[in-house]
Design a protein around this ligand. Structure first.
Ligand SMILES: Cc1cc2nc3c(=O)[nH]c(=O)nc-3n(C[C@H](O)[C@H](O)[C@H](O)COP(=O)(O)OP(=O)(O)OC[C@H]3O[C@@H](n4cnc5c(N)ncnc54)[C@H](O)[C@@H]3O)c2cc1C
Length: 373
């Protein structure tokens, strides 16, 4: 059994690898050495949390649970020959494959790679962005003019976190959020409170689509230019290109279509969960919660392969709790039409997210100890 990507569900599967071994399966995990947890990414970006607080050492976790780990990315899948090509050129064969490789920043206008362009994914980039803004502030530079492209939850949370970071550096934030429309599907009263709170902290909401980048501005679809030092791209996520190479049915965001048993339509030897997949009849937006909830079903269904038992279905919930970190000690919690903005919302978010990180990390006794301790 080969697990590709250490996303939310695979972290759980690795911790329960003994169940797969008991089913007669040998387990290999192919994933980069560090997992960056999105639930705490904005807290790290705003400077409220230390840089390593949102990270999980995947190698240590795999070692603690007896899983063979290759600290690599998979760059190609040959389904006919059942082998994988890794980023270092090595190859691996597989009998069954489980994909939990997350998503990449959607970039329909080819902005990534431009000067001062920061895509939200991979999340590790946000650590570098924080360091850059802190270094400029320490050198006495004025707060950067930040443009956030996108109007969804991630875009709003990033705008708030960047305000928090600039405030922590004793600056006055200058953030403009561009989206074709604003409100992020929030209950209208929640949007009104959130937008007013962010406006007080130096955020401007404008209608428009960012389509190009020059050295010191962004160009909008109507040709207007907006001064900009840092462009954060948060206008949507899509499945990683590897998913498109499988030659299997995809949805409009390039996600692998899977049945409720989490098996690819057209190839039951391939399982997929989280942002890279979409369950037939249960389309949901990308959110870590779905990977977490799918994890026990995935584990059961992978083990069922060894026991030759039928898999069981996963039906994702229709409503879920989403909590934004507003970067100033407050959060915005939303579930359906219910919402709460304030310190209690952030307190709940930290409780849930720090609990997840604690549970998913390798047990302390198995982590490498410093010889100086
Ligand atoms: C700024 C921001 C904040 C967010 N906050 C929240 C939040 O608070 N709550 C929430 O529920 N959702 C949040 N989201 C959404 C969340 O990031 C995703 O929905 C979630 O991370 C998806 O989880 P996953 O398990 O599918 O994959 P991920 O958590 O993205 O993990 C995928 C893993 O696979 C690895 N990988 C990728 N490609 C390969 C490859 N080819 N080979 C091997 N390994 C690979 C990656 O390195 C990564 O570690 C946020 C998103 C952003 C951008």
């Amino acid at each position: 059994m080969t697990l590709v990507g250490a996303g939310h569900a695979h972290l759980h599967v690795v911790r329960q690898a003994a169940r797969l071994r008991a089913a007669g399966l040998t387990v290999t995990l192919i994933a980069p050495e560090l997992f960056h947890y999105s639930g705490l990414a904005s807290g790290v970006l705003s400077g409220a949390l230390a840089l390593d607080e949102a990270q999980i050492d995947v190698g240590a976790l795999a070692a603690a649970f007896g899983v063979r780990h290759l600290a690599q990315s998979v760059v190609a899948v040959d389904r006919a020959a059942r082998f994988l090509t890794l980023a270092d050129g090595a190859t691996e064969t597989y009998d069954r494959l489980s994909l939990n490789i997350g998503s990449v920043t959607a970039d329909p206008h080819g902005l990534i790679g431009g000067p001062g362009v920061w895509p939200v994914k991979p999340l590790s980039q946000l650590l570098t962005l924080r360091a850059r803004i802190e270094a400029q502030a320490a050198a006495g530079a004025a707060a950067p003019r930040i443009v956030v492209a996108g109007g969804g939850h991630s875009a709003l949370e990033l705008a708030a976190s960047l305000c928090g970071l600039v405030e922590r550096c004793d600056g006055r934030p200058r953030v403009t959020v561009f989206a074709p429309s604003h409100g992020a599907g929030l209950p209208p009263a929640a949007w009104s409170r959130l937008s007013a709170a962010l406006a007080e902290r130096g955020t401007v909401f404008r209608s428009g689509l960012v389509v190009a980048r020059t050295v010191d501005s962004v160009r909008l679809a109507d040709g207007a230019l907006e001064p900009c030092d840092i462009l954060v791209l948060a206008a949507g996520l899509s499945a990683p290109p590897l998913i498109g190479q499988l030659g299997l049915p995809l949805d409009g965001q390039g996600r692998l279509r899977v049945s409720p048993t989490l098996q690819a339509i057209g190839d039951p030897a391939i399982f997929a969960v989280g942002d890279c997949a979409v369950i037939e009849g249960y389309a949901r937006p990308g959110a870590g919660v779905f990977g977490v909830r799918a994890a026990p079903v995935l584990l059961n269904n992978l083990a069922a392969q060894g026991h030759d038992r039928p898999p069981r279905p996963y039906h994702p919930q229709a409503r879920w709790l989403a909590i934004m970190d507003l970067g100033d000690g407050r959060g915005l919690a939303v579930r359906g039409r219910l919402w709460l903005l304030g310190r209690a919302a952030l307190g709940l978010k930290r409780y849930l997210d720090l609990g997840f990180i604690r549970r998913m990390r390798a047990p302390p006794a198995s982590r490498p100890q410093s010889i100086f301790r």
